[in-house]
Design a protein around this ligand. Structure first.
Ligand SMILES: Nc1ncnc2c1ncn2[C@@H]1O[C@H](COP(=O)(O)OP(=O)(O)OP(=O)(O)O)[C@@H](O)[C@H]1O
Length: 269
């Protein structure tokens, strides 16, 4: 299969010949793909195609057996997750990872304080400069909460939020930094239509107004069709095809990959 994107310019994110096995299973197998700057690129494929493993490799949570990942021309292969995050490649997880016993606001402030290396939470003496910086971080956190419409929950324990609100909080935490590209792992899973609409509007606004690029894994085809262009289809650990959503949706090879996956799943189960 061929890449339908023009492909002439280098992508913001470039994956080349990536491989990762678990025991005898090749979860990622010679995977090459590219995410162009300023796009909301969808990553779809049947269960077990390797999408989450690919995210884990790109973001440094897994080490690849072979291949390379480049961000904006920089080789980031094998760097630790924090180093990759600091370079502007951020992610969310299928299951949100909030700090449940901290407030929503504190969850956001913690991201910024981790980045500046300040020990806000166990400082005995706070200089004026540190205090001013904390105030700036608080103001930024409130601005971000306003953007994702969680202001009224600023003082609520993060653990008490609904599944959908936790997804918005994950996005908010990322917005405390200056990301170049955001990887979203199933942002639509388990959230109601209203929150889903808000989340997709937020993603579009961030792309348009802040120039943030997105790569998102999603099983909800309505969301993919509405939000993503191009769409990359993964199957058996590598890219099967790439194209505009309507083309991908009607491609017989894509249908075959999904049906094949379902048959294999039925045989396993
Ligand atoms: N840590 C691991 N140890 C062993 N096998 C793993 C591990 N992580 C993933 N796998 C296997 O690698 C393959 C790819 O899994 P992965 O979760 O990346 O697929 P996926 O496309 O994200 O699937 P889904 O859509 O169901 O989330 C699967 O066969 C899975 O069982």
């Amino acid at each position: 299969m061929h890449d339908t994107a023009s492909g002439a310019e280098a992508g913001l994110l470039e994956v080349r010949g990536l491989a990762k096995s678990f025991g005898g299973l090749r979860a990622i197998d010679d995977c090459t793909l590219s995410v162009r700057k300023g796009t909301i690129t969808g990553l779809i494929g049947p269960n077990g195609a390797g999408k989450t493993t690919l995210f884990n490799l790109i973001t440094g949570f897994f080490q690849p057996d072979a291949g390379a990942v480049r961000l904006d021309g920089d080789d980031i292969t094998g760097l630790k997750p924090n180093a990759i995050f600091d370079k502007g490649l951020c992610r969310t997880f299928q299951t949100p990872r909030e700090h449940p016993t901290m407030s929503v606001l504190e969850n956001l402030m913690l991201v910024a304080s981790n980045q500046t290396g300040e020990q806000f939470w166990n400082c005995w003496f706070r200089s004026g400069a540190v205090r001013r910086q904390e105030e700036e971080i608080r103001a930024k956190a409130m601005e971000v909460l306003e953007f994702v419409d969680l202001t009224r929950l600023a003082d609520e324990y993060a653990g008490k939020l609904s599944g959908g609100q936790k997804k918005l909080l994950e996005l908010a935490r990322i917005l405390m930094t200056e990301p170049k590209i955001v990887l979203l792992d199933e942002p639509g899973a388990g959230i109601n239509r209203t929150l889903m609409k808000r989340l997709s509007e937020n993603i579009e606004t961030l792309r348009e107004e802040r120039g943030i690029t997105f790569l998102l894994i999603e099983h909800d085809m309505d969301l993919v069709m509405r939000l993503c262009d191009p769409v990359i289809v993964m199957s058996e650990g590598h890219k099967l095809m790439e194209g505009p959503p309507e083309k991908v949706q009607n491609d017989p090879h894509v249908l075959e990959a999904y049906l094949g996956g379902q048959y294999a799943g039925a045989a396993d189960g």
